[in-house]
Ligand binder design. Structure first.
Ligand code: HEC
Length: 191
């Protein structure tokens, strides 16, 4: 009988491996294109030139909005956001913060930090005209603008570095994370 023939099983195993390798390759390529900036699940970097709202746990990409008083070309947004990512990696912000849930829990999750309503109050605390300026001032001197029982140390970001981080955070807030994190923003002082 055929099922007693080892060659039958060998051929079966080989064909399953070949088919599943092809499926894995397809899924990998498909997922990579979906999660790349500008793919079906991640907004392009140029989204930092637009207003980002939040409704029913979904980021809403709105009209044109200047960042640091200007509009960035597509290559400029890529350079800026890549720099922001490198600054975040070089200072190991993940030692205290989470991004998309990855990292440590000493400080608040930063996935939606751009959308934190607290920046509105921050504008007057830092005497800034815009939210992005308030964020830069906070990032460059978090000790002076401390609001919480846990303090963020001064990581000596230059102005350019802080601006790049803000651009990165704005872009990241536009990613639809299916409502994650719930209750984002500054953790309440009582917690
Ligand atoms: C040693 C721990 C620590 C490190 C490292 C750290 N932070 Fe923080 N961060 C905090 C704490 C604590 C707070 C809350 C501070 C406060 O409210 O005064 C905070 C607050 C923030 C906020 C405000 C978030 C919000 O929505 O309220 C941002 C943005 C931020 N950090 C960005 C960064 C970035 C970018 C880096 C890396 C360059 C970084 N942090 C590194 C501890 C840290």
């Amino acid at each position: 009988m055929q099922i007693e023939d080892p060659r039958f099983w060998r051929a079966g195993a080989i064909s399953v491996v070949i088919v599943m390798t092809a499926v894995l390759a397809f899924l990998t390529i498909d997922s990579l294109s979906a999660i790349s900036p500008g793919g079906s699940h991640v907004p392009p970097y140029t989204v930092i030139n637009q207003k980002i709202g939040y409704k029913f746990d979904v980021p809403v990409i709105g009209d044109k909005e200047l960042l640091f008083g200007r509009e960035f070309s597509a290559p400029e947004t890529e350079t800026l956001i890549t720099k922001g990512k490198l600054v975040i990696q070089s200072r190991a912000c993940m030692d205290c913060h989470t991004f998309f849930g990855n990292g440590a829990y000493y400080g608040p999750d930063l996935t939606k930090a751009w959308l934190d309503p607290a920046w509105e109050a921050w504008k007057s605390i830092t005497a800034a005209d815009t939210q992005e300026e308030a964020m830069v001032r906070f990032l460059m001197d978090p000790v002076q603008y401390r609001t919480w029982t846990r303090a963020m140390p001064n990581l000596r970001l230059s102005r350019n570095e802080a601006e790049a981080v803000v651009a990165y955070l704005k872009w990241m807030s536009a990613v639809d994370t299916n409502g994650f994190p719930a209750n984002f923003g500054r953790l309440s002082a009582t917690r």
